[in-house]
Design a protein around this ligand. Structure first.
Ligand code: UDP
Length: 389
C-alpha cells in the first residue's frame, strides 16, 4: 500500500519522502527515471583513483538557514571546506568573486576599499543612476556593481558561454548570486554554514531514503505507461509530489520552457595536481568551456593518490526539448515567463498533484533552497492536507 507517490529522488523529493515517512508515518513510494537516487547532487568514486566525482557538476553545500542546517546534519556530518574560485582571463589568474584583490590586480594598483569603490562608481557611469537596485537585467546589474571594465573582463565572455543569451535579456538575479567585496576576502559564499558531506553526497542521499516507510524504485519513468506507477494510473488515485519538469507534465501544452544543459568531459591525468584549486573559471569567450573542476581539491582531508587526478571540463549549451539533454539552468526569458504563467494556471487546476523542486517550479534552486522549500511544503500543504484527507 502506498499513501503518497513522490516523482523524483533529488533533494526536494527525498526531503518530502523522509518527512512524511517519519511524521505522520505515511508509506511513501519514490520513483526516479535514473538508475540512482539524488538527482543532480549524485556523486560517485572515479574507479581508478577513488576520487569522488560529482557527475552532474560540482555541488557545494552552503546555507544560512538554521532549520535546514539542523535538518541536513541528521544525515551527514560536513567537512570544513570553504569554496574559492579563480578565473583565468587573457592568460592571467584572478581571484573571484570580484574583490579588492581582483580590482587591484586588474588595475595594477594598490587602491584602498574607498578608492576602489570610487573607481567602480566612476566606471559604472551614469547609465543606472538608481544604482544596483534600478538595474533591470544582468548586464545593468553587473555594470552597476563592478563597472564596465571588470564586467567586460570577467562577466561578459563567461556569461555569453554560459547562457548564449544577450545579457540584457537575462535576469539580474543570476548575477546577484555573486557577491562583490571591497575587502580581500575571496570566500565564494556569504552563508553562515558551509561544508561538503564527509563521506560523500551519495551516502547522505541514501541515508535520507533509508526508512522502513520509504520504497524507492529506480529506472522508473512516471510517463512510461508500461510501469504501474505511471501518470495515467496514479493521478487522482493518491497524492503525488511531482519534481520533474513542469512543461513535460502537461505534454508541453504551452511550448517547451527554455533550459541550459551542461556537457562534461572528464579526464584522469597521471599527475598529482592539475590546477591547484577546485574550480578554475575561464572568462575568455574563445575558450569553449566555462570552467574546469579538479575534484581532489574538494576533499583535501582525504587520502587520495598523489600521482593521479581527475579533472572535468564544463560546457554549456541550450537543452533541446524532447531529447535526453538534462535541464540544468532555467533561461527565464520574457517568453519563458509568459509560458510559465500559463503552466502555473494548469498546476493550480491539477488537484492532488504538488509541484516542487527546480524542475517542477522552473526555478534555479541551490540545494539548501530545495530542502527549505520541501520542508515548507510538508508543513504548510502536505501534512495538513494529508491528515485532513
Ligand atoms: N559569472 C560570470 N563569471 C564568472 C562566474 C560567474 O560571469 O566567472 C556569472 C554568470 O552569468 C553565471 C552567474 O554569474 O551564470 C552565476 O555563477 P555561479 O558560478 O555562481 O553559478 P553556478 O553556475 O555555479 O550555479
Amino acid at each position: 500500500m502506498t499513501d503518497v507517490l513522490v516523482v523524483g529522488s533529488g533533494f526536494f523529493g527525498l526531503t518530502v519522502a523522509e518527512q512524511l515517512a517519519n511524521d505522520p508515518g505515511l508509506k511513501v513510494h519514490v520513483i526516479d527515471r535514473r538508475s540512482h537516487v539524488g538527482g543532480n547532487a549524485y556523486s560517485e568514486a572515479e574507479p581508478t583513483t577513488g576520487i569522488e566525482v560529482h557527475r552532474y557538476g560540482a555541488h557545494l553545500f552552503h546555507t544560512s538557514n538554521e532549520r535546514v542546517w539542523d535538518y541536513v546534519n541528521r544525515f551527514t556530518t560536513f567537512t570544513d571546506y570553504r569554496h574559492h574560485v579563480y578565473s583565468t582571463y587573457r592568460g592571467e589568474v584572478f581571484p573571484l568573486p570580484i574583490n579588492l584583490g581582483t580590482i587591484n590586480q586588474f588595475n595594477r594598483s594598490a587602491m584602498s576599499p574607498a578608492e576602489a569603490r570610487a573607481w567602480v562608481t566612476e566606471q559604472a557611469g551614469t547609465a543606472f543612476s538608481g544604482g544596483a537596485a534600478a538595474a533591470a537585467n544582468l548586464e545593468e546589474k553587473a555594470i552597476s556593481l563592478i563597472g564596465r571594465p571588470l564586467y567586460e573582463a570577467f562577466i561578459r565572455g563567461y556569461t555569453a558561454k554560459q547562457w548564449q543569451t544577450d545579457p540584457t535579456e537575462l535576469s539580474a538575479d543570476i548575477i546577484t548570486r555573486l557577491p562583490v567585496r571591497y575587502t580581500y576576502d575571496n570566500r565564494y559564499f556569504n552563508d553562515r554554514y558551509e561544508g561538503l558531506p564527509t563521506d560523500g553526497y551519495t551516502a547522505w542521499l541514501e541515508r535520507m531514503a533509508d526508512h522502513p516507510n520509504i520504497t524507492v524504485s529506480l529506472d522508473t519513468d512516471f510517463f512510461d505507461e508500461g510501469q504501474p506507477l505511471n501518470k495515467a494510473a496514479t493521478v487522482g488515485q493518491l497524492p503525488i509530489v511531482y519534481t520533474g519538469p513542469v512543461d513535460r507534465y502537461f505534454d508541453h501544452a504551452h511550448g517547451p520552457l527554455g533550459w541550459r544543459t551542461l556537457d562534461f568531459e572528464s579526464e584522469v591525468l597521471p599527475i598529482g595536481d592539475f590546477q591547484g584549486t577546485p574550480v578554475m573559471n575561464y572568462a575568455d569567450e574563445e575558450i569553449p568551456y566555462t570552467r574546469i573542476h579538479e575534484f581532489r581539491h574538494f576533499h583535501p582531508e582525504r587520502d587520495y593518490p598523489s600521482d593521479a587526478t581527475v579533472i572535468m571540463r564544463e560546457f554549456s549549451r541550450f537543452a533541446r526539448a524532447g531529447t535526453d539533454d538534462e535541464p540544468y539552468y532555467p533561461v527565464n526569458t520574457a517568453d519563458d515567463r509568459t509560458a510559465l504563467k500559463a503552466y502555473r494556471d494548469l498546476v493550480d487546476g491539477e488537484s492532488g498533484v504538488h509541484f516542487g523542486g527546480r524542475l517542477g517550479t522552473y526555478q534555479y534552486l541551490d540545494m539548501h533552497m530545495a530542502i527549505a522549500s520541501a520542508l515548507s511544503m510538508v508543513d504548510n500543504v502536505l501534512r495538513p492536507g494529508l491528515v485532513r484527507g
